[in-house]
Design a protein around this ligand. Structure first.
Ligand code: PLP
Length: 395
């Protein structure tokens, strides 16, 4: 007897390699002690939120006895928070957003789900470069769509624009990208994005409905060596940016994010209405009110990105010393090295035998590689060096 829909039962049966690693990690830590397990399997930021967050929460707590302080609000979010975010996002993206272009969401994940809910008809396609964030397939599938993946260029992980444009057909509704990228750390260069935007404009000229560009950007704040994350709404009017404060403020549990609709998108009001409707009827309604009040107070603060930069250097040293092949991440907190021997699942098992936990590339749509999340203490990185060397022996 199955208690589940076929679709959910099937998704569960395929399982999540990352989740499995998480459980295995907890088991190994019990047996060997937490300091003897080097867990790079999960992108859960370990840095505490900046001090401004605690101060803001204390201020918000003082207001809690006022009527409606934690009440329902307009469905797109608090108007003054949307206005503040319009200014903030406008600076980041170099485009003049207004508060009306911003929809508050339950993290980036909630925002992506609202967007797909609002724009996809059954069977329509979302094109995405691979490797990609594992959840995208589920988010698109939740709303009757189909994720179509297109391999990125190797070893740079840059977009293959010709292949992406070549995958477009009459069912294509969205092209989605994620930069800085999970799992590769790549930041797509402006020239590549311009070629993509120009190609999409040429496609739109042949169609009744435009193709949206969805830009998933929770790692925008984390770009190394002075790298700049280019603005997509500047390049393409049918762009929607989805993002959150999960990583830049280390607040993934508070579920606060937003969607920003490009200010020069024709008929953008209709899209915003659809996003707000989707948010409401999916049951999110909008982002948690305390989260909204919190980010309004701390906009502009973030965790110390220099800590991640030091860890990136430490991880690169460990991998280089042990002879791994990898492309240096330009942003985010992930490495995506080649699996010695070519079989990612087998190699991840070898790492696990050394108590080094990683996620196989197949789960991100690129077998033969593995992902390391370096949002862990620098000591964990340095102490893992021996394990990385031993795992590679004999490959
Ligand atoms: N998109 C990417 C690429 C991510 O890595 C994550 C989380 O790890 C998300 C979206 C979801 O972010 P949030 O926690 O804000 O929903």
């Amino acid at each position: 007897m199955s208690m589940l829909s076929e679709k959910i039962a099937d998704s569960l049966a395929r399982g999540s390699a990352i989740r499995k690693m998480f459980e295995l990690g907890a088991e190994l830590k019990k047996i060997h002690g937490a300091d003897k397990v080097y867990d790079f399997s999960l992108g859960n930021p370990d840095l505490p939120p900046p001090p401004a967050v605690g101060q803001a929460l204390a201020e918000i707590a003082k207001e809690a006895d006022k009527p409606f302080s934690v009440g329902y609000m307009p469905n797109a979010g608090y108007p003054d928070v949307r206005e503040a975010l319009a200014v903030h996002a406008g600076k980041e993206q170099s485009v003049p957003y207004s508060g009306q272009d911003i929809v508050m969401t339950c993290g980036a994940a909630g925002g992506l789900n609202c967007f797909f809910r609002a724009v996809l008809d059954p069977g329509e396609e979302v094109i995405c470069p691979s490797p990609y964030f594992v959840e995208y397939g589920f988010y698109v599938g939740n709303h009757g769509g189909k994720l179509v993946t297109v391999p990125s260029k190797l070893p740079s992980f840059d977009l293959d624009v010709d292949a992406l444009l070549g995958a477009i057909n009459e069912k294509t509704r969205v092209v989605m990208i994620n930069s800085p990228n999970n799992p590769t750390g790549v930041i797509y260069p402006e020239a590549t994005l311009k070629a993509l935007a120009d190609g999409l404009m040429a496609e739109n000229a042949k169609r009744k409905r435009p193709i949206y560009l969805l830009s998933d950007e929770p790692y925008r704040f984390l770009a190394y060596d002075g790298a700049v994350v280019p603005s997509l709404p500047k390049l393409y009017p049918f762009t929607v940016v989805g993002t959150s404060f999960s990583k830049n403020l280390s607040l993934p549990g508070e579920r606060v994010g937003y969607l920003a609709v490009a200010p020069n998108m024709p008929d953008k009001g209709e899209l915003v209405d659809g996003l707000v409707f989707a948010n409401r009827t999916l049951g999110f309604v909008n982002a948690p009110c305390i989260g909204q009040r919190l980010i309004q107070r701390v906009l502009g603060s973030q965790v110390d990105a220099a800590v991640y930069a030091e860890r990136r250097a430490a991880m690169a040293k460990v991998l280089t010393d042990a002879g791994y092949e990898f492309t240096m991440p330009q942003g985010a907190f992930y490495f995506f090295p080649k699996a010695p021997g070519g079989n990612d699942a087998a190699f991840v098992d070898k790492l696990t035998a050394q108590r080094v936990l990683a996620a196989p590339g197949a789960g991100f749509g690129l077998p033969g590689y593995f992902r390391l999340a370096f949002c862990v203490d620098r000591k964990v990185i340095e102490n893992s060096a021996e394990g990385f060397k031993k795992a590679k022996e004999g490959c």
